[in-house]
Design a protein around this ligand. Sequence first.
Ligand code: G6P
Length: 489
Amino acid sequence: WERHTQTVSDNQLIVVSNRQPYRHTETESGIEVERPTGGLTEGLDPAMRELGGTWVAWGDGDADDAVVDSNDRVLVPPEEDAYTLRRIWLSDEDVDRYYYGLSNRVLWPLCHSFPGKIEYRGSDWDRYKQINEEFANAVIAEASDDPVVWFHDYHLALAPSLVRAQLDTQATLQHFWHIPWPVWDVYRVVPNSHTLLRGLLGNDRIGFHVHRYCQNFLSCVDAAIPEANVDWERQCIRYQGRAITVESIPMGVPVEDIQAEVTSEDARAQAAEFEADHAIPDEARVAIGVDRLDYTKGIPERLDALAHFFDANPEWRGKLTYVQNASESRSRIPAYREVQETVTDAVSEINEQYGTDDWTPVVYTTKRLSRQKLLGLYNEADVAIVSPIRDGLNLVAQEFIAAQTSNDAALLLSSNAGAHDLLGQHALTIDPHDTRQFSSTIETALCMSPHDRRQRMGDLRGIVAQNDLQQWVDSQLDVLRASRQVRPE
Ligand code: G6P
């Protein structure tokens, strides 16, 4: 109680995202709570537990509505009751139009610069606006004294200006955009592009992973919003009597937690079990790729490069196994189903052409691997291949690095991943479309001297440790922390 009293009378933190940190589902033994795994929700949960406040998100668990009060709220995590989770309910049609439609058939391909994949429907736009209003209304209803409202991602571009119109200037609104921001010439193709920008300009701060996306965003504002004044030197926009700061700060991973987990017996045992289950020969070197099945991730191009590698380097047949874990994603969208089929076919082709009775070149699994297993596999692997066509950042690259204990591994990284801006100097850079260069870089990684490999990995680990998740959260919540420090407990 004391904690909540303090939270309300201090600046209150409200996090707003499409996905929620906890889901409630119906099982035979009653209602169960699923804890967060991966990415944003797992990353922010510890900060919410420390600071308290409210998290507004879509309630997508089948028993979420059974646990909320009359204001759609529930305290989480179970038994700890550290913060409030306020659910937004979406009908099937809302999900179809707001999530699969405008968010993932328009904004996702637009921001990743795949304009050819955009499928715009006016009715999706209307529903996107409506759901953004629902999120904004929930924030307004939850807001008390001078809240700090932290929006996340492309699902919620319109909500900030709606909240701004209702809350006075003491509220701090900030947004982190987790995917790329495209250049103006690409951005301008989408209908209502000005309205989306005006929605985001309701914020006081807008964060991106890398500097280039900030520059792209500022160019779009400069070109599209005549009444906005861009100050390039200060990376700030003057708009409607306010100053909006645009800053780049790449998200990190929880390095200490990963290190603790990866050295556990369990992680080692699970990785060994995976290798035995898939008959990976003991003496084989292992390369690994872990992705959502998304056309931005460049998995077919990676498989082309591998086929080229086995073709050009027959001496590596039987001696390198590539493990690809690909989790199904957004399958209601045809472009996602297409990439799933392309990948399945390409894996079969490689395995048929090069595989033998005791060696499978590509071990392909679409199962969700436990965190322990994944970390164990990262630690065992000799090479990680992160080769997106375009990616906002890519946390897999950083997780792989954080999971190394002996530094005896190499990272192949696409120059088109945001993570390349952070890690490119010490990774082996590949161009996902250049099959020959990609294939010869796989060979470079495998043949590199142990000294060179350790040196590069040591440098990469230094960067990842310096930019870990905690410092990302701290930098985003500094306004809140500063205000709490000056107030008596
Ligand atoms: C990627 C993006 C995130 C985004 C997420 C949504 O991981 O980098 O910014 O929030 O996709 O995934 P979902 O499964 O919710 O569509």
